[in-house]
Structure formats: C-alpha cells, structure tokens
Design a protein around this ligand. Structure first.
Ligand SMILES: O=C(O)C(=O)C[C@]1(C(=O)O)C=C[C@@H](O)C=C1
Length: 312
C-alpha cells in the first residue's frame, strides 16, 4: 500500500485576514495542507522549531518600510531554520471601522507597526491628533475594532470584510504600489533543488577589525556573485558588534556560491546559512561570468589535482 504523506501544517502570522495569510494562499492553494494562525512572527517560527508546524510563512521586508526586524532577528537567533521559498505580495490598506462610524468619531486607530509606518502621512491628515497604536498584525487590529477596543484599523480590505468592518477610506498608503516579501521557513533539511534562478540568504557576524566588511563582500565579488540585499543588525551583545543579513544570487549547490559560503566561514566570526530557494520577484539573476561558472570551477579543480599529483 502506498503511504500517504500527512498534509503540511502551515503556520502564519495571524489572525485570519493578515497579508501573511493572503501571501500563503497565493503560494499554496487553500485546499493544500492545514493552516494555523500564530500570534506573532516569533510564535510562528517557534511552532516550526517545536515541530507543531511544518513550515511558517512570515513577512521579511517591505518595499517602503524595509526589514521586518522581528523576522530578521528570529531567523538569526535560536535553533537554525531554512527558508525554502519567497513570496511577494502587493499590499494596499483601508481604514476600517465598525459600520456606521464616521471619520469625526474616530478617536483611536491601530495596526501593525509596518502598516502604520506605510500610512503615517495619510493618517495624520485624516485623523489629526490621534496617536496610532501598535497591534500584532493588521488583522489583529481589525479584530480589535470589531471587539470595540479601538475605533479604526489600518488593514487589508479582506480583513475588514472578515471582521464585519466598513472600509471608511480606501487606499490609505503614503506610497501606492508597496510590495511585501514573505518567506516560507521550514526546519533544516534538504535544500530545494536549484532552478537556475535562485537566491541564497545568510547572516554573517564580522569581527571588529579594519576591513572586515570588505573581506565579507570580497568573497562574493571575486566569484562574480551579485548581492540583492544587505543590511546590518545589532547582535544585541553590545554596541558596535553587528551581523549582516544578506541575500545573493545563486544556490548553495552552485560552485561559486558554495565557495563563497566556505570563504565566509573562514573570514567571518560566525555564519548562519538561511537557505537557497527559487527567486520569485520576477527578475532574472545576472549572467554568470564564464570564469565563475560551475565548469570553470570543475576545470580548475582538475588542474589543481594534476598539480598536486605532479601531472601538470
Ligand atoms: O499584519 C499583517 O497583515 C502582516 O502580514 C504583517 C505585515 C508586515 O510585517 O509588514 C505585512 C505586510 C504589510 O507591510 C504590513 C504588515
């Protein structure tokens, strides 16, 4: 009898109606696997670490607001996890209220800090003097409105619908066209197979030495590897000690990327590999210079072997 695989249990930043849930639905058809909302990004990742979930879909960066620190830090610390997929989602916000509430009656507004940052100017115009309150997610804020805890939420149109709210003002983003990048995170295991258009993510801690960052970057540049993101994060040990969170083009299975990873392991104080996965932003990796292609590495390794055996 063929053994059937149990359905994949996906955790996501909840409650129902978050952008994270929408991103998960866009990546994994709703009938596939089960879904469990988590109260926060660290909680979603903790569910994967404890084995309660098989994978978690969490936001990692936004085109307007940049990194989602909770995700960056939860991936850099604790038991290792692996990014197996990236998902991009266009985000647009509504100002949602209980039906019948007028703008003049709104005395409080809540949302996820990233959503508040993306709508700060519009909110200040619409609700002068109202201090926005942080919520665990945009849908969490919508639920607070439905429960009567706050008057308005900045959330996805779908969250307004889910919690029976009215979209009082549509499109409240300061910068229309914002996109959030989410990642699907699983326990360590086999890497997704290379597709020829992949990205690799890692976190590297460099020592407090002159040129340490240049040494890190050199491992990529000498092998013709383009970075798609790099940012520093405090290691939280003390001021002045930083880690660099970065994404580069290519897969750990590619010779040039593998050698760069090994090089980083030599020159950095610590390297955490976060995964190699298909690139999903609709862009193509830059052409690999002939000197950095897999066959150039294989040819060079063969030549070195010959040198060592006295055959060259
Ligand atoms: O609160 C949500 O709905 C989320 O999925 C989180 C999140 C984020 O962390 O950036 C996702 C997309 C938007 O940029 C605002 C909030």
């Amino acid at each position: 009898m063929p053994r059937t695989q149990p359905p994949t249990r996906f955790a996501y930043l909840g409650p129902e109606g978050t952008f994270a849930e929408a991103a998960l639905s866009s990546a994994v058809p709703p009938g596939e696997g089960s879904r469990q909302p988590a109260a926060s990004v660290p909680a979603a990742l903790a569910a994967v670490r404890s084995g309660e979930a098989d994978a978690a879909l969490v936001p990692i960066e936004n085109s307007v607001e940049g990194a989602v620190p909770a995700t960056m830090d939860a991936l850099a610390d604790g038991d290792p996890l692996l990014i197996t997929r990236e998902v991009f989602l266009a985000v647009s916000f509504v100002l949602a209220v209980r039906p019948g509430t007028e703008l003049a009656a709104v005395r409080s507004v809540a949302s996820h800090p990233h959503a508040l940052a993306q709508t700060a100017r519009r909110l200040a115009e619409l609700l002068p003097g109202v201090v926005p309150l942080p919520a665990t997610s945009t849908a969490g804020a919508a639920r607070q409105v439905a429960d009567g805890e706050v008057d308005a939420a900045v959330c996805a149109p779908i969250a307004a619908q889910r919690y029976g709210l009215a979209p009082l003002v549509e499109d409240v983003a300061d910068h229309p066209g914002a996109v959030t990048r989410f990642v699907l995170v699983a326990p360590p295991g086999p890497l997704p197979a290379p597709t020829g258009n992949d990205k690799t993510s890692l976190v590297a801690v460099v020592g407090d030495r002159t040129g340490a960052l240049l040494e890190l970057l050199r491992e990529f540049s000498v092998r013709g590897i383009s970075l798609t993101r790099i940012e520093s994060r405090p290691t939280r040990e003390r001021l002045g000690v930083y880690s660099f969170s970065l994404d580069c083009e290519g897969h750990a299975a590619d010779a040039r990327v593998g050698e760069a990873l090994a090089g980083l392991h030599r020159v950095c104080d610590d390297v955490r590999f976060l995964g190699s996965y298909p690139r999903a932003d609709g862009r193509e990796n830059k052409p690999v210079p002939p000197t950095a292609a897999d066959d150039a590495f294989a040819e060079a390794a063969g030549w070195l072997q010959a040198v060592r055996e006295g055959r060259a």
